[in-house]
Design a binder for this molecule. Structure first.
Ligand SMILES: C[S@@+](CC[C@H](N)C(=O)[O-])C[C@H]1O[C@@H](n2cnc3c(N)ncnc32)[C@H](O)[C@@H]1O
Length: 255
């Protein structure tokens, strides 16, 4: 799992990489400097489920350089707030969104340490960030606590195992770490299995990274290529084999 220093280097590199912008547009449908796995179709699915209204307060937990939150707030008219462990990413978000500072706020913060008063937000989203919590049950408890009455929580999460030697438990939707944490808290949730579209995205990552390799090399950004290429999967991988190692879920909680 990458650490914060890794993410600082990543966000410095992507900010000045035209090849990564093209990569994101081709893989995800738009360039939000994604290092996660949510394309525009998954973001639309999430928006439909959480029904964000203009003026509502939305928190993005692990927001990276804030492009995704900015996109979601521009789409919905919501007031956005995001935090991320990468001070580099947050500085980029703050600088880029100065003209939108009345409705977008970004701060450096850690999943395990960030605090807000109870009932601060109408919507909390965590897109591929909860892997980094050192205490996921406690973090999820906070996310729920930060929701106003009627508030909605959306979590994109992809459980995975690296090898067939690792136990296969933890892959089914009700058996993942977030699901078990919510169950232990007695918080009702529902989920949408996004694994099929996720498999297509993981293959698209491989094809697109390979096609852009020379452009990454010419920029001196082969590290971005290598990361994108190796986290993807072979185009010929069967859905059954993929599902034996990973899944993708959108978890939804309503207060
Ligand atoms: C996989 S990226 C996802 C970023 C973005 N949400 C997306 O979907 O593109 C994970 C993000 O979590 C951040 N992160 C890592 N550890 C964290 C922590 N302990 N607390 C808060 N954010 C963390 C990283 O800096 C990175 O921006």
């Amino acid at each position: 799992m990458p650490d914060v220093a890794w993410y600082n280097r990543f966000y410095i590199a992507v900010e000045q990489s035209p090849a990564y912008a093209v990569y994101c547009e081709q893989v995800f449908g738009c360039n939000l400097a994604q290092q996660g796995f949510s394309d525009t179709a998954q973001l639309e699915l999430m928006l439909n489920e959480i029904n964000v209204k203009s003026g509502e307060r939305m928190l993005d937990v692990g927001c990276g350089n804030g492009r995704m939150l900015e996109y979601l707030c521009d789409r919905t008219g919501a007031q956005g707030e995001g935090f991320d462990a990468s001070a580099v990413a947050i500085a980029q978000a703050q600088k880029r969104t100065v003209p939108k500072a009345e409705r977008l706020l970004f701060v450096t913060g850690l999943l395990d340490e960030q605090v807000y008063p109870a009932a601060s937000f109408d919507v909390v989203i965590a897109v591929d960030s909860l892997y980094f919590s050192l205490n996921l049950p406690q973090t999820l408890r906070k996310l729920c606590w930060w929701l106003k009455p009627g508030g909605r929580l959306a979590v994109f999460y992809s459980p995975f195992r690296f090898s067939s030697e690792e136990p296969a438990s933890g892959l089914e939707a009700d058996d993942t770490l977030p699901a078990r944490s919510l169950q232990a808290m007695g918080v009702p949730y529902r989920y949408i299995d996004c694994t099929d579209s996720h498999i297509a995205l993981m293959k698209r990552k491989r094809i697109t990274a390979a096609a852009l390799r020379e452009r990454f090399a010419a920029e001196g950004n082969l590290n971005l290529y290598e990361n994108a290429y190796t986290e993807a999967v072979d185009v010929g991988l069967s859905p059954e084999t993929f599902r034996a190692f990973s899944r993708r879920y959108l978890y939804l909680v309503s207060q």
